[in-house]
Design a protein around this ligand. Sequence first.
Ligand code: ADP
Ligand code: ZN
Length: 610
Amino acid sequence: MDSPALDLLHRVFGYASFRGEQAAIVDHLSGGNDCLVLMPTGGGKSLCYQVPALLRDGTAIVVSPLIALMQDQVDALTQLGVAAAYLNSSLSPQQQREVEQRLLRRELKLLYVAPERLLGERTLELLERVPIALFAIDEAHCVSQWGHDFRPEYRGLNLLHERFPQVPRIALTATADAPTRAEIVERLGLAGARQFVASFDRPNIRYSVVQKDNPRRQLRAFLDERRGESGIVYCLSRKKVDETAAALAEDGFDALAYHAGMEQAQRTANQQRFLREDGVVMVATIAFGMGIDKPDVRYVAHLDLPKSMEGYYQETGRAGRDGLPAEAWLCYGLGDVVTMSQMIAQSESGQERKRVERAKLEALLGYAEATGCRRRLLLAYFGETRTSDCGNCDNCLNPPRSWDAGEVAQKALSTVYRTGQRFGVGHLVDVLRGQDSEKVRSWNHDQLSVYGIGRDLDARQWNGVFRHLVAAGHLAADHEGYGTLRLTESSRGVLKGETRVLMRYEAAESQRRAERKASRKRGGATAHNSLQIADDERPLWDALRAVRARLAKEQNVPAYVIFHDATLLDMLREHPVSLRELAAISGVGTTKLEKYGEAFLSVLTAETAD
Ligand code: ADP
Ligand code: ZN
């Protein structure tokens, strides 16, 4: 029962089947109806309008806010043998006229246009002279003032409906929240349009949070297992970005920096390298990411705490757009909680705004401190309830021991109180552990009743206790930046034993060392890369990637425009040795088979020969 849509999907895109609601959306839009599509990043939004564009008569007009994104999409479509072009300010007048001529000759199946360009009278008149297949409004949340990427030009897009009432429209976004959705519907005149709302789960992303003790070493260990993979490392400050990138480069990683304080030319060059080449580590502030459509980002690592769950979801969402295994790794410690609370306290925002920011931070801290399934928490935050644990987060894979830490918490709070609420965690831990330091002696803290009452935990474990107490609001950090801790309203309940303190159990350092050693002995370090490429698969994998890199370079396009990792992985595992077998690989359509089939086969068959 081959439908024309499915046939196109096989022939042009080389995919076996539609995903999730794609088939229903394609059907709806091809039939001439409006719709609003909410799908997470990587959900497969593009196909929802690209297939109808090919099924319907005329040219599909795609509104997109970002020049880099348009170029990417047009490159990718061209590779598939689909006639596509874009109109934006990056074109010379001559190039622009050429695109317009192609449109008037009815050669184009898809035309990407920046909103301000589309709404110009010249473009509108041009569009009235040719048949239009559909309007696709990508990143539709840009119309919303409450969203994070408000674009005033998007407000004008309701004009499309008035000028072209017969042409079906599809609006797409990855922004989930209800107020934004309502605003899109209102502003774009989509009240009568059907809404397709997908789950916002990203099942291929593995979430994990580690306690920060030596971030540079921890990051290196994480990256060591992922050499050759593309990833993003987020830091809070520009300075830390520069330092981290330099440190990684020193350790032999292909690491680049990106932040708003750099020169524009350097920033663009770094971004281009990240997009086009395999295996670049981008160390960046959150200035990096908007419009980064790279499908094969294998990990997103946070060296600092993001501001909110929304931010965390969006930033980590840049990993694994291609659906292959990817990681979201957060390295987090007491210092982060302190820094974030200070930033909120010292910001210029009004009281109401600060209250909202604090609530957002608390939600994120709840996530970071969680002992249960992280995905459930993340989705619950966005209003989605899951009835089962995910099996693909650190807490599901290695359930932490959670323990009733009431007594330990009381010791910690008493120590804060007895020392006068004017010390940071380092000194407090020294007192608890009965250390003989200069500071302890000079303050006579060895005379206190709490001195040495916490020898049963090591310094790392005590750090974890303090972090949890601050995150849970039972302790507060000063706002001046000295890192001193004081009691709060809710400390009393803990001290009196009325408030339960449940926290994850952090293993002692000695025990962790023993475990690491045992794991090395078992040979636990092989195939730890995200895609689980085994050692004996490595030569063929590298050879396939080398062919892809060569072809990409010849045409000056990003590697993933030739084939996605998912397609190379399928080649690696299925090992096709003829053009016919190669055609069955996911992502290999007719045009790409003709263009690249032989090049990849030569590698695949060379491998079998020896
Ligand atoms: P979004 O715009 O929603 O972030 P994309 O349209 O970029 O997502 O698609 C994400 C990835 O999934 C791309 O690599 C795309 O080629 C792939 N993809 C989308 N739909 C399918 C499908 N039906 N079968 C296989 N791969 C698909
Ligand atoms: Zn889980």
